[in-house]
Design a protein around this ligand. Sequence first.
Ligand code: HEM
Length: 566
Amino acid sequence: MANHMRLLRGRISSSGLRRDLAREGRRFKSSTASAVPGDETTGTRAPPGERTTLGSDVKPFHNIPGPKGLPYVGSMWEYRYGQPGLEKMKDILTERYRTYGGLMREKLAGRTRLHVFDPEHVRAVYRQEGKWPLIEPLVETTQLYREQAHHSPGLGNTNGEEWYRLRSAVHQLMMRPKEVAAYLPMVDGVAMDFVQRLCDIMDKRGHVPDLAVEVSKWNLETASAIAFHDRKHFMTINSHKAELWIKANTTIMRESGKLRYKLPLYRYLPTSSWRKVVKAEDYLTKECQQMVEDALQRLAFAEQNGQLTDNDQFRFMRGLLASPALNRSDIVTLTLSLFTDGLPSTVPSVLSVLYCLATNPEAQFRLHRELDDLVSPGSPLTSDVMNKLTYLKACVKETLRLFPVTLEISRVCPKDAVIGDYKIPEGTCIKLNGFVAHRDPAYFPDPDEFRPERWLRTSGNHDLALQREEPGEDQGQRAASDEEGQGQTGKQGQPDLTTHPYRFIPFGHGPRMCPGRRIAEQDLHVVTARLLHHFFVDWHGDQMGQKFETLMRPDCPLDFSFHPRH
Ligand code: HEM
């Protein structure tokens, strides 16, 4: 009990947030330094004509529409026990958007949240987020567990100076394209082994039992190759170990998603859900500590024996060790993030890409043609080849539009602001629900169709190039240039919403943009290239949807078949 009470002072507890807000206030006045080294994302300008200051005609916060709900618990019961139920969170939020419009206010267990659906309002939130944006923890139970166990909090679970210390230590290491491209040969090697693994285990119909688990093992193998410069054989001899990792991660994401919409009793009492989470977190942390220790020993041995012959050996570990700001606990937590964050994000995205291609044979044929031109089974995928796979990248982007992994991006308002003519008080918890724009015909014509072509444009020499238009694409520079207007101007001087830079930000934007983005994209591109070069993929199931378990994953049995093409 005492432990639970102590946890009230958690790193992103309300008092912690107040401290962070006070610090933020100081920095807004004084700081001109960029948020993370090499990042000049912030300080975006307001489009001409858009208000940024508080005036007498600004409407009060409580006038923002939203469900009334019960006293204190607010609309929590509707998510937990209403129709269509928590798993269908995406549908519930879409319905809320239809009912209340681009801004919606609701209360959940005493906490008022502002939901922001409209890309123009999303832009307004990003514009005032500052250089050290404040968030609610990505996974609240993980934040609480680490606080209790005195572990380093990890990037998505902390704010202020602690966040900056961690983020600046790994930012270049994870986000610099050159840094990530150094892992390409290893990532490609694992993807080729994965193709072989599918060939080995599929039945005569081309059906792979437990495909989601197999893709998860591929992801763990790729992540361990990057993190530890080691192949752990999770797809073969150590597959049982991988299954334990996958199970622990699934437990955390599932239970955490449920606990988010319950009264937070687990903060004071060891409820059954909380005990499951602690067991899973204990397992993952202990295993990761062991793997980090093992990697450090191998690295020391290689150093002592003059075996470190090139920079790519133990690249990630050496990068972490080179940062004096990081202690051993930070190194374990950051490595754990690299190792497991792909499970609930990259893995469902791979499954969704396969689904989109299997159910859109024309797109699949076009991709086959691109791959046949550029990829050869016996040769490694080089950066040069990857750069030319424009249709493949458009397929991945289009999949993330139709099947986004995250429903909400969190921000806490660092100072009083105006969004959509309403006053938003300092400290307001904001949820950016940009995914509704993904299915809005104003932003994406024929939004329910899988049309990778919408991401392609013809360049001067008639080659197809991938559009670079979401602000996250290049860390915000483009967003800054697009701040002049909605995007481009369409017919009759109306803003053309189909080019709005905030209509599609699957990895977020600004200094807190997903640091795993480049790693996730490389993993997705490479594995899709290898799988689709080798197989024709078919789908035999019903229409696939998504279910909510903190993040989004496929909601139905994965009835694919894989047919070798060559
Ligand atoms: C398809 C795959 C993925 C998607 C769509 C995705 C998406 C996101 C989004 C939307 C955010 C919030 C960004 C914001 O607040 O503006 C985020 C944060 C984060 N992601 Fe990812 N992610 C993916 C994969 C990964 C991977 C593979 C890793 C680890 C290697 C990772 C690590 C993180 C971390 C640590 C944060 C918190 C960053 C911070 O608060 O500074 N993500 N991700």
